[in-house]
Design a protein around this ligand. Structure first.
Ligand SMILES: [Zn+2]
Length: 492
């Protein structure tokens, strides 16, 4: 999908579908702004008849048979003093979602004077496109192309030469992450994920390395391989590298949990544990690969960025890990696996060690790691932990700019007690209480302490059952926008 602007005199405008935002005040004078397509007096009569006053979220649709303009949707934005950009984004997003199958091009005219920057226009464009996302890959509409191809902004005089380039690339990254997460586990296998990663690398000039099980064994990745061995499918350890041209100022590693399916292992997911949804247990790796696609296209300056995923399945067979097994991770630490369903942190243990050995300045890992974070923060907010205040603050700022909600959680050292094992250096799970915190404390054992690190638990945010804001029901692609924004802020 493309974004465009129409900067000429509106009398020359030729479109057929228009979304027109209206504030809850002086309706008549606002309707004058679309006199280039309809008679404002006639329209005022209709609007008054329908008792429409521009209240937030209310819409009025008009179909015209005999005019160039076929559809006009008027959307109420509420009172100008209460107007928030997020309200505009939500209103436009909901409308676009409803019209995505109807017209090839939708034009938008809003009270732009309420929007102050090019960045905000870009954010609006981004939410319009992400709201319009549709996934027909696995149903009978498979070959149907989405009809909507272009979103046009009218009368953006204030913002001449506005560019939507980065926004388009970020959207492509989020959409890729959504496709990866939503793909069923018999489609998105570790092998398929490695192929998708290779394609991202080839398309955008990244280096790619896929380590097979034997190479991981040679590196001593006993924790990751313990998880993988219960599956008939081979694990694939994915490592992409994006290097800016010219001098490198900073080295970054992004690590994503990549369980293409998580049965729980012998601690099988039963009852209300949603085993049928466990295709989304690779949401962290989807965010990392989505960011790789976006950043590969944006090409930030002065950075070397590593994208790392230890992809595998957590299944059950005769050689699957037993609850109680002790394994050794690639940094030499031993782990008593007291719960086979806490497998994500085992794969991350080796992925973080691998990242740490690359000697980056900072590591961020993303994972659908714990049910505990869903209990703590629900489905709208992801929890994050960091060992460094600067990184934490930068991440908070980036997530606010990106419109993804993060909440910092404590690395409560006293909870480490809960990971003590009688037989090994640590257990992989602590007590039920504070479960997302002990998970973060576990991860902290697997990289050089001098490296700035943040861990984001996206178990609650990577999927939505209902349409919500810019997210159509299904995979949200959560994390891509924050990662890209955080890196863009560095390369300014
Ligand atoms: Zn699990």
């Amino acid at each position: 999908m493309q974004f465009s602007t129409f900067q000429k005199n509106l009398d020359n405008w030729q479109g057929s579908s228009l979304i027109f935002g209206i504030l809850e005040e002086e309706i008549a004078s606002q309707l004058e702004n679309i006199k280039f397509v309809v008679d404002p007096k006639l329209l005022l009569k209709k609007v008054t008849q329908k008792k429409f006053k521009g209240e937030k979220g209310k819409t009025l649709s008009f179909e015209f048979l005999d005019q160039k303009l076929e559809t006009l949707i008027i959307v109420g934005l509420g009172k100008s003093k209460d107007l928030k950009k997020s309200d505009m984004e939500n209103s436009i997003g909901n409308l676009i979602r409803k019209t995505v199958d109807k017209s090839e091009k939708i034009s938008i005219l809003l009270p732009w004077e309420s929007i102050i920057s090019k960045l905000e226009i870009n954010q609006l464009a981004e939410s319009a496109r992400l709201s319009a996302y549709k996934d027909n890959r696995f149903n009978k509409n498979k070959d149907e192309e989405k009809v909507l191809k272009e979103i046009e902004f009218l009368n953006l005089k204030k913002f001449e030469n506005i560019s939507f380039d980065d926004t388009e690339k970020i959207c492509e990254g989020v959409e890729l992450a959504r496709r990866l997460v939503a793909a069923p586990p018999n489609s998105l296998t570790p092998q398929e994920m490695s192929m998708q990663a290779t394609k991202i690398a080839k398309d955008n000039g990244l280096e790619v390395k896929i380590l097979e099980a034997k190479e991981c064994e040679d590196l001593g990745m006993g924790a990751y391989l313990a998880v993988a061995k219960g599956s008939d499918l081979d694990p694939k350890f994915i490592h992409l590298t994006l290097k800016s041209e010219g001098p490198i100022k900073e080295k970054i590693a992004l690590v994503g949990k990549g369980l293409t399916f998580d049965s729980g292992g012998y601690n099988l997911k039963v009852g209300a544990s949603q085993i049928e949804m466990m295709k989304y247990d690779m949401g962290g790796s989807a965010a990392v690969l989505g960011a790789a696609k976006a950043l590969g296209a944006i090409k930030p300056k002065g950075l070397e960025i590593h994208f790392i995923v230890a992809a595998c399945e957590n299944m059950i067979n005769g050689s699957a890990v037993h609850p109680g097994d002790v394994v050794k991770a690639s940094n030499g630490k031993t782990i008593e696996i007291n719960n086979t369903d806490a497998e994500g942190r085992l794969t991350l243990a080796d992925a973080l060690t691998y990242a740490s050995n690359l000697k980056p300045d900072s590591i961020i890992d993303l994972a659908t790691l714990t049910g505990a974070i869903v209990v703590a923060l629900g489905n709208d907010v992801a929890g994050f932990w960091s060992n460094n205040d600067d990184l934490a603050n930068d991440l908070k700022a980036a997530s606010a700019q990106a419109g993804e909600d993060l909440w910092q959680m404590p690395l409560q050292k006293s909870y480490k007690e809960g990971l003590k094992s009688h037989i090994a250096d640590m257990k992989n799970t602590g007590p039920r209480a504070g479960g997302s915190i002990t998970a973060a404390l576990f991860l902290e054992e697997f990289f050089d302490k001098k490296i700035k690190w943040a861990h984001i638990d996206i178990a609650g945010t990577c999927w939505t059952d209902k349409n919500k804001g810019i997210n159509p029901s299904g995979a949200t692609g959560f994390g891509v926008k924050t990662l890209v924004q955080w890196i863009k802020n560095k390369s300014i």
